[in-house]
Design a protein around this ligand. Structure first.
Ligand code: FES
Length: 239
């Protein structure tokens, strides 16, 4: 199984990789809590997923990228995770955080936010913090329990999931699960990671990875904040 990024064109998915769509489910306050409503999408053994965001046959490429002269230049280097990792620790937990890979699914914002929960240090807060790290689709966040070195990383099947954010009412990234190889348009391999989120709107400044640009529009953000009364939540691109 392999994903090949093409120059100014789609992702070519090879090796019968199962394709699904799934929702990010939110709680009553607008914070993501889980995934749900997963549905299989039929594909051929090899298929092309739109990367420019303009196909009329989404999620598949229909060649529109050529008509619009899509600029799909890959910005991220092939060791972006390794190079951006930061460690945040409390007595019981260690958070491995690669901020430049954030896809703004915002699972880590519930109940005061993941770092606040870690600092609270009680059993209930730590359990939510671990769950938030585990839910992060981009793989930006991984939590380690210091007492036994247990990682929050899930044992995923190899599959691709097109996320829909029910809180923002917008399409999210392409979620790649289980460590599928990702090759750049110039033939280099990206780090193999258990969780990755790829851009499918064509707007990311961290291509091929999602950087949350699908909800960067000011008007869109304002509508979201008003709906959920979340004045503090906004899109901040990490350059
Ligand atoms: S990448 Fe081909 S139509 Fe979008």
């Amino acid at each position: 199984m392999k994903i090949k990024v093409t120059k100014n064109g789609p992702y070519i998915i090879m090796g019968n990789v199962p394709l699904y769509k799934e929702d990010i489910i939110i709680d009553n306050n607008g914070f993501p809590i889980k995934f749900g409503n997963k549905e299989k999408i039929d594909t051929e053994e090899t298929y092309a997923l739109c990367r420019c965001g303009k196909s009329k046959n989404k999620p598949f490429c229909d060649g529109t990228h050529e008509k619009i002269a899509f600029e799909g230049k890959e910005i991220a280097n092939t060791h972006i995770y390794e190079e951006s990792v930061e460690i945040f620790e409390t007595d019981n937990l260690k958070l491995i955080d690669a901020p430049t890979l954030c896809d703004h699914s915002r699972f880590c914002t519930r109940a005061g936010g993941i770092r606040h929960l870690m600092e609270e240090g009680d059993e209930k807060s730590e359990k939510i913090a671990i769950d938030e790290a585990k839910s992060c689709p981009s793989g930006r966040l991984t939590m380690i329990k210091k007492s036994n070195d247990e990682s929050s990383e899930s044992d995923f099947d190899k599959e691709i999931v097109l996320l829909y954010d029910t809180g923002k009412e917008t399409k999210g990234p392409i979620w790649v699960k289980g460590g599928i190889n990702l090759e750049s348009s110039t033939g280099e391999e990206y780090e193999n990671r258990n969780r990755m989120t790829l851009c499918r709107c064509g707007k990311s400044h961290n291509k091929p990875f999602c950087d949350g640009s699908h909800w960067a529009d000011e008007e869109f953000q304002e509508k979201f904040r008003k709906k959920w009364n979340l004045s503090q939540l906004s899109y901040n691109r990490l350059d």
